[in-house]
Ligand binder design. Sequence first.
Ligand code: AMP
Ligand code: GLY
Length: 440
Amino acid sequence: MSAKPTWVGRRLVKVLRTRRIILALVNVLLLGGGGREHAIGWKLAQSPLLGRLVVAPGNPGLARLGLCVSIDPTDPAAVVSLANAESIDLVIVGPEAPLAAGVADALEEVAIRVFGPVRDAARLETSKTFAKEMMRLAGVATAHSETFSEPSAALDYVATQTGPYVVKADGLAAGKGVLVTEDLEAARAWVRDCFSGRFGTAGSRVIIEEHLEGNEISVFGLCDGTDVIGLRPARDYTRLGDGDRGPNTGGMGSFTPVADFGDDFVADTVERMIKPVLGALAETGPSYVGFIYAGLMITTEGPKVLEFNCRLGDPETQALLPTMETDLLDLITRCVSGAAGGARVEWSTQSAVNVVLAAKGYPNAPVGGDEIFGLDKDDDHSLVFQAGTVERTDATTTAGGRVLSVVGLGPDLETARARAYARVGSIDFAGKQYRKDIAE
Ligand code: AMP
Ligand code: GLY
C-alpha cells in the first residue's frame, strides 16, 4: 500500500481542515535547531495532517514555520512540560543528544507519543561497543574491532596492527572522537587523549577497528519498532576543503540521488543490516521507534556498517527531504502507531545538491556576528535552510558553525549543482566558507 496520500485524499483533508471539520490534526513538537531540523520542519509544514508546529529551540528559519521556544531540548522535564503546555500530540526528535539524555523515556512515561528511541535503544549510537555487539549478534557485516577500558592494553594492541589505524572514543563525541591515521604514534596519542578525558566520559572506553577501504554512503530509515521504511541514500562531504582536504567538520555538503544506490540497494540494507540489528536490540529489551541512519562502507567484500545513528544525517537531510514526495508526517504517524509495514515512499524526479556555508574560522575557531546578505532572494529552484543564524531587528547574522544549507534542485545533478552554486553566489557574509566541489 502506498503511504502517499492520493490527490483526492489530500484535497479532502484540506477542505475538511479549512472548514474546521477535522479537529484532530497533529500538534507536533520538533526538537533541535540545525539545518536538518529546518528541513524537517519545512517538510512537516507541507503536511495536511499538521496542526501546530512548535520547535525547541529552533532557529530563525524555523521561526517562520512555527513557534520556537528556547528550552533545553536535552532536559526531559522541560520537554515534557512544554509538550503538555502546548497540547502536543507527537514529539519528533532531530538530534541525538535529547535521546541520549532520556527525553523519549520521559515522554513515554507520561504517554506522549515520541518519534525517537528510548535511551537504551539509542545506545546503537551512544556506544560504539554496544552497536558492535548488536551487529555481532545479528550477523551484520562490520569492521573487526576490540574495545579497551584502560590505556596500556589499548596501546599494546594498536602496536600489533598494521596501518591505517582506526581509533574511536566509544561514546558520543559530537563526531570528533574518531581518528583514522597511517601514523602509529598519532594513533597511540589518540588512545591516550581519549583516556585522559579529551572527550569526557565518551572516551573512557576506546575501540580500535580494522580499517575498511571503499566508498561511503549513508542510508536512512524510519522505524516503528519492527518494520523499517527505507529512504533514499545520500552522500555527504565531511572535510572542510575541496578534494577532501583539511579538518573534519559536521558536514560541508551532500547530494541525492547517488548513482548505483537505488531502491534495491536500500531494500537490501534494510533487510540485511537495519532490521537484523533492530531485532537483536529488541531481544535485549527496548524496541526502536525513530529515525535510523546506517553509515556504510562499500568494500570489495560488499557493504559493511561503519556506524549507526539514531537520527537523520546533517547535511544529508537538507538534500533528501526536498526530493521526497510522500508526506513525512504521515510516515512518522504510522511509525509511532506501529504501522510502518507496507508503507512506500515516493520521490520526485529531481536531484538535489546541498552546499553548506560555514562561518569564519569554522571548524576550529568559529566566529559569529557577521551580517548575512541575500538570504531572502527566493527562486523556484533553490532553498535555503538555516542553522547557525541569529535574527536581530535589523539583520540576520551568523552565529558560528555551519550557518546555512543552500540546496539546488534540478532534473539532474549537474543542473541541481549549478542552481545551488548560483544561489550560493547570491548570499554573502564576511568569512563565508564553502566547498566548490560538492556533487562534482
Ligand atoms: P564513525 O563516526 O564511526 O562513522 O567514523 C567517522 C568516519 O571515520 C567515517 O565516516 C569514516 O570516514 C571513518 N571511519 C570510521 N571507521 C572506519 C573504518 N573502520 N575504516 C575506515 N574508515 C573509518
Ligand atoms: N553527515 C554525517 C552525520 O550526520 O553524522
